[in-house]
Design a protein. Structure first.
Lengths: 293, 234
């Protein structure tokens, strides 16, 4: 039983970061109706920005994360305005192809800047462990979870309580009505894409100290984001939060009890099962969709 | 106040409006009547910036507004209540109303607007916290009008407010429109129900196949033989 709880705790820690990545993707999908294939590349950039700002330049780690979040937010906004906005009159397929372009460009830019070798990022705090019962907690993982939780709460409040968040939900529910009341929907799109990318980056900088980082690490993150978003229901933010935790726990239990080599396969298993048995997502009551806080 | 001159509007290659010209003076209630597909909604959508004209000129208080984006036109004071209501289904009534005041940043002004529409539509206050999607068609229409009023329009454009509603609900809507008219609000009303529209308005335009076929005072149109035959049931 102790082992089970240990896996559960580990899964929840990792799952919190999956929630962030999934929330970002589901927001972009819900509002812009496009799948962001470069999602994992923003995640990768999050990891490398933290690596550069903190491990290389020696900035305070929390400040480095904050900077990274803001930088990727603006990078996403810039990409949206420069490359996606001109495609608005075309079909959404064009925009999705463009995000594949982002993927290629960002991955190669990372290769060029940081090289192809994997890097490691030091743990956020002095590594200490303590146990409750026989379940071991380590300070770095607790910190990762607390920061994930903070960003999740912050995002929920942003979407649920602010005027900008309300205009995002309104645009999602009825784009034309949003225009009619005076929402600048181009602005909503830019903010959504930037914020979604920044959430992916947050997943990246939180996981960076736990794993090694490399320019190609994004591919796996994108596929996990798909799993989270499928499980939670497309466009459902609350669903993405739970979907992320679910994926983290399933991966951890699967790796522990079945085979650790297949850890990353469990996400696909979730996708397949959800699409077969509950295609509208585990969270949604039938037909009810929307960007919820 | 509003001048629309010779506008052409297209959907892809299909031309929906041909040299449409209309005028609305301050304090007037002007209606656009015409059969289904005549181009009434397209005219409103063109004025509100959702579907800019390919040709022609639109001015509001002497200022050119064609080519402006929809949100910029709302800021100028032209607000549309769209056909089919288009409330935000998963937002509460209160949130829908706040969305109506999206272009207003002064909290005090928003609060006053809210008090005003709640006084006009008491049912909305009672159901403030309910999601708009759970409302009946008539209630959604009230909410859609209330939402438009939250923007404090100088020109209010109503697209088929009576569409698909029971006669008793239409009476409520008519009462609201007359109330707004008494307050000297400038209104451009689109209605397929020509009888109703001509009863309410000062002047009217009749659209046929994307062209203005007739215009004049409401009495003139109501007594015009062609209008009588085509739209007033003989
Ligand atoms: N989104 C659209 N795409 C293509 N054609 C449209 C669209 N909306 C309207 N139309 C066409 O434009 C014409 C005018 O439509 P509309 O303005 O909606 O008429 P009305 O409001 O008077 O019923 C019609 O022939 C209609 O088929
Ligand atoms: Mg119409």
């Amino acid at each position: 039983m102790t082992v089970f709880f240990q896996y559960l705790v580990n899964g929840i820690v990792i799952g919190g970061t999956y929630s962030l990545i999934g929330m970002g993707m589901t927001l972009i999908f819900g509002i812009m109706r496009i799948v962001n294939f470069a999602h994992g590349e923003f995640y990768m950039l999050g990891a490398y920005f933290l690596y550069t700002l903190w491990a290389i330049l020696g900035l305070n780690p929390v400040l480095s994360m904050l900077f990274t979040f803001v930088l990727i937010l603006f990078l996403g906004i810039g990409f949206e305005q420069l490359f996606l906005r001109p495609l608005r009159k075309e079909s959404s397929t064009s925009s999705m192809l463009m995000t594949i372009g982002f993927l290629i460009v960002l991955q190669n830019a990372a290769l060029l800047i940081w090289g192809g070798a994997t890097q490691t990022v030091p743990t956020l705090v002095d590594l200490k462990t303590f146990s409750i019962g026989d379940v071991v907690f380590s300070t770095d993982r607790i910190l990762v979870f607390l920061i994930s939780l903070t960003i999740i709460i912050f995002t929920s409040l942003f979407i649920g309580r602010t005027k900008t968040g309300r205009s995002m939900r309104a645009t999602f529910q009825d784009m034309e009505a949003a225009e009619v009341v005076g929402v600048n929907i181009e602005r909503v799109y830019s903010i959504t894409f930037g914020f979604g990318a920044a959430l992916a980056a947050a997943g990246g900088f939180l996981l960076a100290p736990l794993f090694v980082i490399s320019p190609t690490m994004g591919a796996l993150a994108t596929s996990k984001a798909f799993a989270v978003v499928t499980a939670g229901g497309l466009g459902n933010v609350r669903g993405a939060i739970l979907g992320g935790l679910l994926l983290g726990v399933v991966e951890s239990l699967g790796a522990g009890y079945i085979a650790s080599g297949y850890k990353d396969a469990f996400g696909y298993l979730i996708i397949i099962l959800v699409i077969l048995f509950k295609p509208e997502g585990l969270m949604s009551r039938k037909r009810k969709k929307g960007v919820h806080a | 106040m509003l001048r629309v001159e010779d506008i052409n509007t297209f959907y892809g290659t299909v031309q929906a409006l041909h040299e449409v010209s209309i005028n609305v003076n301050e304090g007037e209630l002007v209606s656009l009547i015409g059969a289904n597909g005549a181009g009434k909604s397209t005219t409103l959508r063109t004025i509100s910036g959702l579907r800019p004209p390919a040709k022609g000129l639109i001015t509001f208080r002497g200022e050119r507004i064609d080519g402006l984006r929809a949100y910029e036109i709302v800021k100028k004071g032209i607000v549309m209540c769209p056909e089919g209501r288009h409330v935000f289904p998963q937002l509460t009534v209160y949130e829908n109303l706040l969305m109506g005041a999206f272009t207003e940043n002064n909290k005090q002004v928003i609060k006053q607007s809210l008090e005003r529409v709640y006084a006009m539509f008491p049912i909305l206050q009672k159901r403030e916290k309910q999601a708009a999607g759970t409302f009946s068609g008539g209630e959604q229409q009230m909410l859609a009008i209330a939402r438009a009023l939250m923007a404090r329009p100088q020109l209010l454009m109503l697209d088929e407010p009576s569409l698909g509603l029971a006669p008793i609900i239409i009476q409520d809507i008519v009462r609201i429109i007359l109330e707004l008219k008494k307050e000297k609000m400038t209104i451009l009303l689109v209605e397929q129900n020509a009888k109703l529209a001509l009863k309410l308005s000062d002047r009217a335009y009749c659209l046929e196949n994307g062209k203005v076929s007739l215009s004049g005072s409401a009495e003139e149109l109501a007594t015009n033989p062609r209008i009588k035959e085509l739209y007033l049931g003989g």
